[in-house]
Ligand binder design. Structure first.
Ligand SMILES: *Cc1c(COP(=O)(O)O)cnc(C)c1O
Length: 546
């Protein structure tokens, strides 16, 4: 305890009080609550100072490892949080924060989140969730229908059926992908004769029984790293995720995919699943899903679509055809906490066949009894919050046409940004937006002109310097705190497939204006031109080679 700080007492009575007595409206927490519910953007604008502080500096305030022996007053502690934590948080709801997939939230989600947290329903079993269980099943039904468009009868039969499930709600795309591949693995290596199935006997016996030398998961080289984590957890090993090359539009090369499936099959490696990506994390492109489905059918393997980010595009009648073929997938991952503007912790996977989740069914005597409608019998996670309520509320309050407007404006804004980048002499558009994500970099016009006529080796040397400049611009811009774009490293065909560093922009926030996009470029030009190290180095290089 630092001197002068007020000390709250340790007593059972005071412990009772924190459970029963709400904060007074004029307490610090009470005021914060009021400010947040009146004007979130204003609250964040005032409290989140995006001035860059070194992480090592911040770590000093989070250095002690002792649990306090002295309780703090809520108001005092709230001041502490504002000072040490909130003020150093990232202003993700700012319209000029255009670097990541999780971003601004609609306002109504704050009070509704509070309601959800307050009710503290546990979706693992009916006893602790009651109405939340049918609600979650309905949300899964709606999302299933968004993908598969089955009939009313289909949903009436399966949505609330105890022994079936149209999907699994979970914390995010990672767990959704893992769940999909878990279901695929258990269905492929199911009980057979004396063999009790992979779920009981494990992978070693399963491969022995079925006579395979291994399993493989095939995805494009733009696949998300969560697939490797899944392969690791499922006992297949990360190396069983095989990356198939992509074309110039970052879409999987289906010729090479089919050839790889054949080669593996010839070598007695069973293809467990082909995974299509609908909206790659780095470039936002969509694989040719229908062609992939045909290959999966040919090799009798599971077809999963990772639409964690791009899946919400199905809500747009104008753009949903970009994902044509998704309805042939055996399973589809969608993150509501990305393009559906729900707070984090809202991922889901839907299954074409309502019986397929039986492959991962678990029962326990005290909960999850056989034949119960407990959601926990078909999910990896145990205790789980009622996040589905926030998806449910968003689907009602925003509605399908409302989401369509949000999705369409994001895609059209990305196209606009691509246009001004293309027209700007100092920038190079690296990947065109198919959805609302694009990549680009700063390259002075004379360097661009030089590179157009240079050989691969010369360009590779130049790219090394441009990479340093790109990193410098991105970091300086982030530290200045006015706007934020992210950066990633991707292979670029025109540079011989070499990986180059690029700015990555995701245009989800509806409040991002065209003016902001112009400002982002202007700021980047300014940073680049005031670079005393990398820009001169780059210009010297083309001067020398001339
Ligand atoms: C974000 C993302 C994931 C992982 O989802 P989390 O919610 O971060 O766990 C998986 N795949 C793709 C394509 C993604 O964009």
């Amino acid at each position: 305890m630092t001197a002068g700080k007020r000390a709250a007492e340790v007593s059972l009575e005071s412990m009772h009080r924190i459970f029963t007595i709400p904060e007074a409206p004029d307490s610090t927490l009470g005021r914060i609550e009021k400010e947040i519910s009146e004007n979130l953007a204003g609250f964040l604008g005032n409290h989140i100072v995006a001035t860059e502080q070194a992480l090592t500096e911040i770590e000093k305030d989070f250095a002690g490892a002792s649990i306090p022996e002295q309780p703090a007053f809520v108001s005092d502690h709230t001041h502490h949080l504002l000072d040490k934590l909130v003020s150093r948080s990232v202003h993700t709801s700012s319209p000029s924060f255009i670097g990541h997939m999780t971003s601004a939230l609609p306002h109504f989600l704050l009070p509704l989140s509070k309601l959800m947290v307050g009710l503290n329903q546990n979706l693992v079993k009916i006893e602790t969730s009651k109405a939340f269980t049918p609600l979650e099943r309905q949300v899964l039904g709606m999302m299933h229908r968004l993908v598969y468009r089955d009939s009313d009868d289909f949903y009436q039969s399966w949505m609330h059926s105890a022994n079936h499930s149209l999907g699994a709600f979970c914390s995010g795309g990672t767990v959704a992908n893992l769940t999909a591949l878990w279901v695929a693995r258990n269905n492929m290596l199911k009980a057979d004769g004396d063999f009790k199935g992979v779920a009981r006997e494990g992978l070693f016996n399963a491969l022995k029984h079925y006579g395979y030398d291994g399993l493989a998961i095939l995805v494009s080289d733009r696949g998300h790293y969560s697939l490797k984590k899944s392969a690791d957890v499922l006992g297949l090993g990360q190396d069983s995720v095989i990356a198939i090359p992509t074309d110039e539009y970052n879409r999987i090369d289906c010729m090479q995919l089919a050839a790889k499936c054949q080669e593996l099959t010839d070598n007695n490696i069973r293809v467990l699943s082909i995974v299509g990506v609908a909206g790659t994390t780095e470039t936002g492109n969509i694989d040719p899903l229908a062609d992939m489905a045909a290959i999966a059918q040919q090799f009798k393997c599971h077809f999963h679509v990772d639409a964690a980010w791009g899946g919400a595009t199905l809500l747009s009648n104008k753009y949903r055809d970009l994902l044509a073929g998704i309805e042939q997938a055996d399973s589809v991952t969608i993150d509501a906490h990305k393009q559906m503007y729900v707070p984090m912790g809202a991922g889901l996977v839907v299954f074409k066949n309502p019986s397929s989740v039986a492959a991962i069914e678990h029962h326990a005597e005290y909960i999850l009894r056989k034949g119960s409608k407990d959601l926990g019998s078909h999910t990896l996670e145990g205790s789980r919050p009622g996040m589905a309520m926030l998806v449910y509320a968003s689907l009602h309050i925003i509605s399908r046409p409302g989401y369509e407007l949000l999705i369409n404006q994001a895609i059209e804004k990305a196209k606009y940004f691509a246009k001004i980048i293309r027209e700007h002499s100092e920038f190079e558009l690296v990947t065109e937006p198919e959805l609302c994500l694009l990549t680009y970099r700063y390259v002075p016009s004379q360097v661009q002109a030089f590179m157009a006529g240079a050989d691969v080796e010369t360009n590779q040397a130049l790219n090394k310097v441009i990479d340093k400049l790109t990193k410098h611009i991105q970091k300086t811009q982030r530290e200045a705190g006015k706007s934020f774009v992210s950066r990633t490293r991707i292979e670029v065909q025109k540079y011989g497939g070499e990986k180059v560093l690029v700015f990555r922009v995701v245009l989800a926030n509806p409040l991002t204006t065209e003016e902001i996009l112009h400002d982002v470029l202007t700021e980047q030009v300014e940073v680049a031109q005031s670079s005393i190290k990398f820009l001169p180095e780059l210009l010297a290089k083309i001067g020398n080679s001339n």
